[in-house]
Design a protein around this ligand. Structure first.
Ligand code: BES
Ligand code: ZN
Ligand code: ZN
Length: 496
């Protein structure tokens, strides 16, 4: 849940001062006393030059100097002199939120004193506002509010700018993107006793209110379609398995669409190939890929992007049970390819095998991007900073890589040589669901490749990035919402 922050935009000419509000001046190193600073200097009856001379404040990136004048409190907030990129300004916003949240002010105003072009400034300030709101999210739903510690008073954030209408519009876009990010965070944070497959379906059904066409395939329908790979994973669970389909038709003139497919394993116990206690502890997050897809669909619909997108999520729970599938079982996937299930913990690829095949066959998309918390090995390779990117199409993967750099949802290209795929061939079925321990993230990706034909496709192994225990400038720790911005941008530039 984010704080209910309200942003308003005013013209710089209207800058008035109110004693009980905090005025924040965003400044660069080598501070000059600008007309705006002069105004606050007069109001606060301070001498900024002397204050600066007596302090160590150099306006470095994220550095702040609070001047608690009883006439008028104000804060200088440095943005350093590193490259002024969007993602740096988002981070600055996050740092600014952390700086001011406990100061007790209900209303703060932000005034930019940046000596850069107005075109650049308005973009960077918008990103800063994104960062402020992004950092305000914390998942505190299950904490009794009367015993929760620090209550934050901050509610109103006023921005003084010469570019009122631009910033106003950007705040709207920020809100739409953040609504999707916060939804992905909520879903990934919810425990598996609450976010069951049924509950996940309920969440998706609610999307019809924002213009998304929703279709849910239940077990009977999937049985008829022959989706035994997906269904096999859910056999040990009391919760039913589903395929959730969300369609956004933002461009009625265009027939083609693009597809996002997500792994939605609401809990991964490993099945009969049971995980250890340690290994199982975090497995409520195994629907993280589906969470990103759902979050992005929400942002796309709220922003009414003029593109056609289909989002598909395979929703199952992987549990051990008398009815669960066994290591050694052979199943026939929807594609007709048979799979020897040697390890029931390598279940994500089974879910995706049918979800990808179905999506490709039914929608014939221009390209497919799938997202899955697929392997622990990708965490060993890339940590929590970058998702693994596997693709059969250089154009698509280059675009995704670049968009990752721009949005901060970072990826890293991994290989997909044919030879890795040979490890996934079974001696008694077409495929087996585990290979060898070496390069197992690549083997998993090679397995998926069998189900997408020649359609341009990118697979993002997001096991390391959906959750981060430590805080960052933009997140307070926990579910990250990684990937929503990435998919939103991919959708926006649909002619990739
Ligand atoms: N959901 C896990 C992968 C995972 C691990 C996600 C840690 C997030 C954090 C996946 O279903 C799995 O269990 N993969 C196995 C595959 C193996 C049996 C070939 C793994 O990575 O160990
Ligand atoms: Zn597993
Ligand atoms: Zn899993």
């Amino acid at each position: 849940m984010e704080l209910n922050l309200q942003f308003t935009v005013s013209d710089t000419k209207e800058l008035l001062f109110k004693k009980n509000e905090l005025y924040i001046f965003v400044v660069q190193p080598k501070i000059e006393i600008s007309p705006n600073l002069k105004k606050v200097q007069n109001k606060s009856k301070t001498d900024i030059k002397t204050i600066l001379d007596n302090s160590n404040f150099k306006a470095k990136f994220g550095e702040n100097l609070l001047i608690r004048s009883s006439n008028q409190p104000f804060l200088l907030f440095g943005c350093g002199d590193l490259i002024y990129t969007n993602s740096n300004f988002e981070k600055l916003g996050g740092i600014l939120f952390s700086t001011i949240k406990d100061l007790g002010f209900k209303t703060v105003s932000i005034i930019s004193d940046l000596k850069i072009s107005s075109a650049k400034e308005k973009k960077l300030i918008s990103k800063m506002l994104f960062g402020i709101k992004s950092k305000s999210y914390e998942f505190k739903k299950y904490k009794n509010s009367n015993i929760s510690e620090n209550k934050i008073n901050l509610k109103f954030i006023k921005i003084y700018t010469k570019n009122q209408s631009f910033i106003q519009k950007q705040i709207q876009i920020n809100n739409h993107i953040l609504d999707g990010i916060f939804l992905a965070k909520d879903l990934t944070s919810e425990p598996a006793n609450i976010l069951t497959t049924e509950e996940f379906v309920n969440q998706i059904k609610g999307f019809s209110e924002i213009g998304i066409e929703v279709e849910i395939l239940d077990e009977d329908q999937m049985t008829k379609l022959g989706m035994n790979a997906l269904l096999g994973v859910g056999r040990g669970s009391k919760s039913k398995s589903y395929l959730g389909i969300m369609k956004w038709n933002g461009n009625k003139k265009e027939k083609k669409n693009i597809a996002f497919v997500g792994k939605g394993v609401c809990f991964d116990s490993g099945g009969l190939s049971l995980k250890s206690g340690r290994g199982m502890m975090d497995m409520k997050e195994d629907m993280g890929g589906a969470g990103i897809v759902v979050g992005a669909m929400k942002s796309i619909a709220l922003q009414k992007l003029k593109t056609n997108i289909v989002g598909v999520v395979g929703l199952v729970e992987n549990m051990p049970d008398a009815n669960a599938q066994r290591p050694g079982d052979i199943i026939r996937s929807m594609s007709g390819k048979t799979i020897e299930v040697l390890n029931t913990d390598a279940e994500g690829r089974l879910v995706l095998a049918d979800a990808l095949y179905y999506t490709n066959k039914k929608y014939k998309p221009k390209f497919i991007v799938d997202l899955a918390t697929l392997t622990g090995a990708i965490i060993s390779a890339l940590g929590n900073e970058r998702a693994g990117l596997f693709s059969n199409d250089d154009n698509l993967s280059n675009s995704i890589f670049d968009i990752g750099e721009e949005t901060g949802d970072l990826v890293w290209k991994m290989p997909l040589d044919k030879v890795y795929g040979t490890k996934m061939k079974s001696s008694i079925a077409d495929l087996k669901n585990i290979g060898t321990a070496e390069g197992s993230s690549i083997q998993a990706a090679s397995f998926l490749k069998n189900f997408i034909g020649t359609t341009p496709w990118a697979h993002l192994d997001v096991a390391g990035v959906v959750w981060k225990n430590n805080q960052t400038e933009l997140h307070s720790g926990g579910a990250t919402g990684w990937g929503v911005k990435l998919l939103f941008e991919v959708a926006k530039r649909q002619n990739i």
